[in-house]
Design a protein around this ligand. Structure first.
Ligand code: ZN
Length: 650
């Protein structure tokens, strides 16, 4: 799980420095995790010790209480209640950073049954809940953290994962959780503690993205730090242009700015939920139709919140909060979260470029790798520099290697391949994909993504960094190599192709690229890549697949014959199965269609000579309207692959 306390001080400093260089007016908040309300190591140990002692006291007290005569129970109950209250406060403070402690210290059902019922609201309870997930990310100048929230049966619960948060889930997924509830918090650990019952609808990432900006200020700070016209230009001018260029002219922002509204909220508190509802109420009162937008953005003068931006990861609509300066560097990042993107990481494996053992200790010990949360500093999702999203991120958005988007070339045979610079607005291949490994259990593939970057358009940040940091980037003289795992949005990371000379995060501007003439060899698979040449528009890379390179396995795509249907029509859902670009016959395809109400239709079919299998879904009069999700899983021998698409029923 990602949170600000897991990073080293030096990295936090770099992120802070980075933000400050970009924003002369922004203060560099040099606080560590502890000032975010988190506990430091000594406080954590102290809290665990106290909670354990109070748990012992309650267990012993339960025995005495149940054995006591009725007239002796009053004073015992008073003492037990005080202990339970104190324990509740301590466990609540522990939950964020050590949910395992809460599970380990939980009282048995037998003990709870012996305690007076007046203690119940202070005791953890077994909980099994079905609801809707929201994933929120806050971006501070020195890092950030995720919040996982479950909306179930009219209540809101914060989720705390013992084994790290599941990264395949998106905001609005329907989930079932099983764990211990403490007040409105849930500690989840072990197998089966989180199950997805229906996936989130795919965020809309193509075409006009309808965005509503609501400007609000506070009853005790009714200032307007920028004008409506400024906000309009920042969102629908420059940020829209950023999306247009990144998506190869396929995605842009349209919409409205409402406000300024003064809401009955103080600027001295940090309560983003109340800000959102008050902003929505004010906009609706002024005539806004919230249902007409894909993204809701609440913007306000700097308040007590420690972060500059906060956003849901995905969501229909997505929600973002902008605290203070309203400009591309925060908007392109938070709306990227809104489209479902996680951060652009970098992998620091010490003096190696890759490794298979991950560590949370920095610097990483030899043979291990540390994931730097905001490490890919020329991807907008990794810094306050408005660089292009990486090829891995663009593929996730459907802006690369899907539909009408420019392709990425999947390498199935050794050879020399050219790729065009990532920024160039054309249909030529923009990246190379080379299979790195495949998870033996889940079948998920991890790929190398090779891309070439030049200071063109928004990637002129490559020049900006040179002048602000005083380091001339060598990125235009080579290619960048990332890793990313399919189905795992939080897995994308930039690699350091010259790890021996790594000294600071700024070295990534110099060290990361595989420069012309350099060769990288993956010690695991034996794949080698050599950059042959790079010019101002393209690069060529010779790829040699190793003896133990995993073979390119079966892949499936799924499409529908229309994007929108009316009830009474039939939807033709087609799965196409291929391997290394050739059709695969006699593959078993299982279809799963999830209706907007969550009900599920399953079917299966076998592919013919063309590698396709079709399922006709008859839409009956009583079927719900809304967005349907269609999944196809293709299986051939020991290999399988899945894909999903959505369509709308009106
Ligand atoms: Zn972020």
């Amino acid at each position: 799980m990602t949170n600000s306390t897991s990073r080293s001080t030096s990295l936090a400093f770099f992120a802070c420095l980075l933000a400050t260089l970009m924003l002369a007016a922004a203060p560099c908040l040099a606080h560590d995790g502890a000032s975010n309300g988190a506990l430091n190591t000594a406080q954590l140990q102290d809290a665990r010790r106290k909670a354990a002692a109070l748990t012992q006291a309650l267990a012993g007290g339960a025995v005495r209480y149940s054995a006591a005569r009725r007239d002796q129970r009053g004073p015992l109950e008073t003492a037990l209640l005080a202990a339970a209250e104190e324990r509740f406060v301590i466990l609540s403070s522990l939950l964020d950073e050590d949910p395992k402690a809460v599970l380990d210290l939980s009282l048995s059902a037998e003990v709870v049954s012996k305690l007076p019922s007046s203690l119940n609201s202070y005791l953890e309870q077994d909980a099994e809940l079905n609801g809707t997930l929201a994933i929120l990310h806050e971006d501070t100048l020195d890092g950030g953290r995720y919040h996982y929230v479950l909306y179930a049966a009219g209540a809101r619960y914060s989720l705390h994962f013992v084994d790290g948060a599941p990264s395949h889930l998106r905001t609005d997924a329907k989930i079932r959780v099983k764990g211990k509830r403490l007040g409105d918090m849930l500690a989840l650990g072990g197998g089966g503690s989180v199950q997805q019952t229906a996936p989130a609808p795919l965020p809309k990432t193509l075409g006009a993205l309808r965005t509503l900006v609501i400007l609000v200020n506070f009853s005790d700070n009714p200032t307007q730090p920028y004008t409506v016209d400024d906000a309009h230009a920042a969102m629908f001018g420059v940020t829209s242009s950023f999306f247009m260029e990144n998506s190869y002219q396929q995605s842009w922002l349209v919409g409205d700015v409402y406000g300024w509204f003064t809401i009955p909220v103080s600027g001295a508190v940090c309560d983003y939920t109340t800000i959102a509802s008050a902003a929505q109420n004010a906009a609706v009162a002024a005539g806004a139709n919230l249902a007409a937008y894909d993204h809701l953005v609440y913007a306000f003068p700097q308040n007590a919140c420690q972060w500059w931006g906060l956003s849901s990861v995905g969501g229909l609509p997505s929600q973002s909060w902008i605290n203070g300066a309203f400009e591309l560097t925060v908007l392109g990042h938070e709306l990227g979260h809104g489209l479902g993107l996680y951060h652009a990481h970098a992998l620091d494996c010490g003096t190696a470029a890759v490794g298979s053992v991950m560590t949370t200790a920095y610097p990483p010990a030899p043979g291990t790798c540390f994931m730097i949360e905001y490490g890919d500093i020329i991807d907008m999702m990794g810094s306050a520099y408005p660089g292009h999203y990486s090829a891995f991120q663009k593929e996730r958005l459907g802006w690369l290697n899907a539909g009408l988007s420019p392709p990425a070339t999947t390498i199935t045979t050794s050879g020399t391949y050219t790729l065009e610079s990532l920024e160039i607005q054309s249909g030529n291949p923009k990246a190379l994909k080379i299979l790195k490994s495949q998870d033996p259990t889940t079948g998920a593939k991890t790929w190398y993504y090779v891309e070439a970057r030049q200071p063109i358009g928004f990637d002129s940040v490559l020049n900006t960094t040179s002048s602000t940091v005083g380091i001339v980037s060598t990125i235009p003289n080579g290619v960048l190599v990332h890793v990313g795992t399919e189905g795992s949005g939080n897995s994308g990371a930039l690699l350091d192709m010259n790890p021996a000379t790594d000294m600071s995060i700024w070295d990534w501007l110099v060290d990361a690229p595989l420069l012309a003439g350099q060769t990288f060899t993956d010690p695991g698979s034996g794949v080698t890549m050599t950059t042959q040449w790079v010019n101002s528009t393209a690069a060529a890379v010779t790829v040699s697949l190793g003896a133990s390179t995993p073979s390119i396995s079966t892949t499936v795509t799924v499409t529908t014959d229309q994007t929108t249907y009316t009830r009474g029509q039939s939807a033709a859902i087609t799965a196409k199965v291929s391997s290394g670009g050739s059709p695969v016959a006699n593959a078993t395809v299982t279809f799963q269609i999830v209706k907007p109400t969550g009900s599920v239709v399953n079917a299966s079919a076998t592919t013919g000579k063309t590698g396709t299998a079709v399922y006709m879904l008859r839409l009956r009069k009583q079927d719900p309207v809304g967005i349907y999700q269609a999944d196809a899983k293709a299986t051939k021998g020991s290999q399988s692959s899945t894909a999903e698409t959505t369509f709308t029923v009106k």
